[in-house]
Design a protein around this ligand. Structure first.
Ligand code: SF4
Length: 388
């Protein structure tokens, strides 16, 4: 039985209408079976050979814009048009769907480097649900086996995962309280050797620190370093239209906000908030929190949270890092286009994080800057700062 998000089967690729088409910037490997078919079907005509890298059996990208060489001017796939959907490389048929096996648990989900997938899975007000697929058959292609890490909690991973998702979806608490609740729970898990864990029945909020005062300058300095890190990567890949687009938004944010001498450093963060109605709406109008909640629950589901690192609280720290970069993206996008609808902003903020930061594996470059925050703040202070 395969566990999947409830709306998984409803996903439809919008093809030529897609704003950030996935047929660019990525190496597209051709699986062995499909490669053999191409040789038989078309006798490997010169035109096709020119578009395929024979050494590593992948499709070449166009030099000018890093698009797949089989993507036509009409933004439609030439392989699809000439040979039909069954003869596309497996990875093209599957994306953004992917399958995972972890222990004895099979899951299938959608990669969030696809805007329609984000909209389908995360934007409905109802909490995201995970259900078993009706199909008994397990996929025999393109799945990822996550290695069992040497973690003391690995034998409870299903139980811990369900508890964490339940906590994050309990709307009787604010999002901040729910994250604090998960932090309380994971600290308990890390400190105790038990054979079973139950849902904690109360949230312990540590109010002992002055969470905001004096921290905004550090936060903005860290954001500034992260923006520089991202700009470096985008600069190297600026033939790719997605990186180019993101780079333009980051440059605007850096020039207009981070380097604007009119903003007194001490009040920088508050000035930022004052200058974008979209961002104020996002911060004040918590009615958009369901998208962030659904994102957290979904990431917990796809990553078997909190299993991975030896300490479960380290996994929470990684999750907070992701949320904070999405926060930064929300800030960047709301300044770039002040009239954009906040839901669009959040969706694009998630997209750019998943496609660029996670997709290009640049999180490792940015994480050390971000981790500096932790040297000065506790897990609880971080959650408080991020959610206020
Ligand atoms: S990103 Fe998603 S919707 Fe867009 S072309 Fe790719 S699979 Fe289709």
């Amino acid at each position: 039985m395969i566990l999947q998000p409830k709306h998984f089967e409803k996903f439809i690729c919008i093809g030529a209408a897609c704003k950030y088409n996935c047929c660019q910037g990525w190496r597209i490997r051709i699986d062995v079976e499909t490669y053999a078919k191409y040789r038989n079907l078309i006798d490997f005509a010169q035109e096709w050979q020119d578009k395929i890298n024979l050494d590593n059996k992948s499709i070449k990208l166009k030099e000018s814009n890093q698009e797949c060489s089989f993507l036509g001017q009409d933004k439609l796939c030439e392989i699809y048009k000439k040979l039909g959907p069954d003869n596309m490389p497996e990875i093209c048929k599957q994306f953004p769907r992917y399958y995972r096996i972890f222990g004895d648990k099979w899951t299938q989900s959608l990669d969030l480097a696809c805007i329609p997938a984000i909209k389908l899975l995360l934007t409905s007000v109802a909490p995201i649900e995970f259900v078993y697929s009706d199909k008994e058959e397990k996929p025999n292609v393109y799945w990822i086996r996550l290695k069992w890490e040497d973690s003391k909690v690995k034998k409870f991973h299903n139980q811990l995962n369900e508890i964490c998702i339940k906590m994050i979806q309990d709307r009787t608490y604010s999002l901040e309280e729910r994250l604090l609740w998960v932090a309380n729970f994971l600290e308990y898990v890390d400190q105790n050797e038990e054979n079973t864990f139950d849902l904690m029945d109360e949230v312990v909020v540590d109010d002992s620190e002055d969470f905001i005062a004096g921290k905004t300058n550090l936060k903005m300095a860290i954001y500034s370093e992260i923006v520089d890190d991202m700009l470096k990567v985008c600069g190297q890949k600026n033939k790719d239209i997605i990186f180019k687009d993101y780079e333009e938004k980051l440059k605007y944010f850096k020039m207009e906000i981070l380097e604007n001498k009119d903003h007194k450093p001490k009040k920088l963060f508050y000035n930022l908030i004052k200058n974008s109605k979209t961002f104020v709406n996002y911060k004040k109008n918590k009615s958009y929190n369901h998208i962030i909640e659904n994102y957290i629950a979904y990431k917990m589901f796809v990553q078997d949270f909190p299993v991975g690192a030896a300490m479960t609280t380290d996994e929470l720290r990684m999750l907070l890092f992701k949320l904070d970069i999405i926060n930064l993206n929300i800030l960047v996008l709301s300044f770039y286009n002040k009239s954009l609808d906040i839901e669009e902003v959040i969706v694009e903020a998630i997209y750019f994080f998943e496609r660029i930061v996670m997709g290009a594996k640049i999180s490792t470059i940015m994480y050390p800057s971000w981790n500096r925050w932790f040297k000065n703040n506790s897990l609880f202070a971080t959650i408080k700062f991020m959610t206020n």
